[in-house]
Design a protein around this ligand. Structure first.
Ligand code: FAD
Length: 458
């Protein structure tokens, strides 16, 4: 039924799959409550419309747009309008534009955020005071390179789920993310493993090779990968496949991206629209086709969960006196209590994830810079996602992982006074990304149960 090994340690993390699932059952209610019930964490400021895709021309960009994706659905014209990809991908619910700095003489009531985040929201609490890019950031701040400050979007009203966005446009974005940003060696150095030291490795090596082939778009590299498969050389740890001398930093980079991809797919499968009945719900076939037989994809998602938990717990001291700034002191107290309870409930130290093993080699400074730049590139690619809702969650999750990496590698948990600034958008993105992966883990467990029921096993 399942190739899942609960007792196995998630490679490159320190916890087992079952430890992470057990922890998730404890933490999910906190994360759920924070992300669904507090104003601070349920609105996200994001620049969805004013940035151009920097990676391909206008003509190609069209293929990343809804119109292109819509064409990939079979019998799209037979689907009622409201269920079409273009409709499902639209943003919904209350959306407030950024208040901007108040002009002299402008009235309090001119500020559009009022009524959305509280009647007397202090402007300093809503506006970011530190919009400039900090060299220690792993993401492009949402407001850089754009004159507009973006919009506040309700995350609760725009759940991450099936939208029908697929086909050439979506594929091109994923290809660009993997192909342009993974750490590739010169073609001559690429090698594929015949054996693997990880529990999932040998079984899924062939699929991992197919995955890699599909994302490495440079012909020369593809040819080398094929040659290497044929020769069956080298050893492997990265989902049964890795470049011969891939160090942990490069593995982690790939795992973060792949784990994010897995989590997005898990949401699509868990909240799927049956276009025949019009019912939303879990789609077991979707899970089976896209995740169940790919333990390396699942493994990367569990890895991400461990990484996000460690980052959240490392923030404990940093957020002890954090000002949440909704207009409602009672809600602020509740938000603070929930966030601290969440951080306290996560095992402290390196029990779950040990970031201190990274960036220790002599070339650590250059490697870290490279790592950071590549991750910033991923945040730029998100402007090429041609579906509003997908772009919203893609941007949020990239920012969430960028924040986690920043906290892991640039923060001192014992002396927060030296920490780089943490923007509101970063904190919101981190906690909501944790919420996404937490929900995905839960969904995967449910799919496993559904499958067990189907085959009649306890
Ligand atoms: P894709 O998921 O597009 O994958 C492309 C290829 O990548 C696969 O063929 C495989 O070789 C490889 N691959 C797949 N998963 C992994 C993994 N975990 N690790 C490594 N390699 C992998 N659609 C929605 O319905 N709702 C959304 O909210 C949504 N959000 C999106 C956000 C972003 C940033 C992007 C780029 C796309 C989003 N999509 C969303 C589209 C969705 O991700 C898929 O592209 C679409 O469903 C088509 O899926 P597919 O089966 O063709 O494979």
């Amino acid at each position: 039924v399942c190739a899942f090994e609960p007792g196995a340690v998630v490679s490159d993390a320190c916890a087992t799959y079952s430890t992470l699932e057990n922890l998730n059952s404890i933490l999910q209610p906190y994360v759920q409550s924070i992300t669904q019930n507090t104003d601070f964490f349920s609105y996200y400021r994001v620049n969805l419309y004013n940035k151009k895709c920097p990676f391909w021309s206008e003509e190609n960009e069209m293929c990343g747009n809804i119109a292109c994706a819509v064409n990939t659905l079979d019998n799209e014209e037979d689907i009622p309008l409201v269920w079409r990809a273009s409709e499902l991908g639209k943003l919904e619910g209350p959306k407030a534009t950024h208040p901007g700095r108040r002009e002299q003489g402008a009235r309090e009531s001119d500020r559009p955020l009022q009524g959305e985040l509280g009647e007397s929201v202090e402007e300093t609490c809503v506006l970011e005071s530190d919009d400039e890019c900090d060299e220690r950031d792993y993401c492009i701040p949402e407001d850089e390179r754009a004159s507009s400050k973006g919009d506040y979007v309700s995350l609760v009203d725009n759940p991450e789920r099936f939208t029908g966005y697929a086909g050439v446009g979506a594929q091109q974005v994923w290809e660009t993310i993997y192909g342009e940003n993974c750490f590739t060696k010169e073609p001559a150095e690429v090698g594929i493993s015949e054996e693997s030291s990880t529990w999932e490795g040998s079984l899924f090596q062939a699929q991992a090779a197919r995955d890699l082939r599909s994302v490495l778009h440079e012909q020369g590299v593809q040819q080398q990968v094929q040659n290497a498969i044929a020769k069956g050389k080298a050893t492997s740890q990265l989902d049964g496949l890795e470049f011969e001398d891939s160090c942990i930093e490069k593995r982690v980079f790939y795992r973060v991206v792949s784990g994010m991809h897995t989590s997005i797919t898990a949401h699509i499968c868990a909240d799927y629209l049956n276009q025949t009945t019009g019912q939303w719900g879990p789609n077991l076939e979707c899970y089976l086709a896209r995740l169940h037989d790919y333990p390396e994809r699942l493994s990367n998602m569990y890895f991400n969960y461990a990484l996000l938990l460690r980052a959240t717990s490392k923030l404990r001291n940093h957020v002890t006196n954090y000002k949440y700034c909704s207009a409602d002191p009672e809600q602020d107290r509740l938000t603070k209590r929930l966030v601290l309870s969440l951080a306290d409930a996560i095992p402290s130290g390196h029990e779950i994830f040990d970031e201190t093993v990274m960036f220790q080699s002599p070339d650590a400074v250059g490697l870290k810079e490279d790592f950071r730049n590549r991750f910033r590139n991923i945040s730029r690619i998100m402007d090429c996602v041609g579906c509003d809702k997908c772009r919203l969650w893609g941007k949020l999750q990239t920012a969430g992982y960028g924040t986690a990496l920043k906290v892991l590698f640039e923060f001192d948990e014992n002396d927060p006074s030296k920490d780089p600034p943490l923007r509101r958008t970063e904190l919101v993105a981190l906690v909501n990304t944790l919420g996404r992966v937490s929900r995905s883990l839960h969904a995967v467990q449910q799919f496993r149960h559904m499958l067990e029921e189907r085959v009649g096993r306890p």
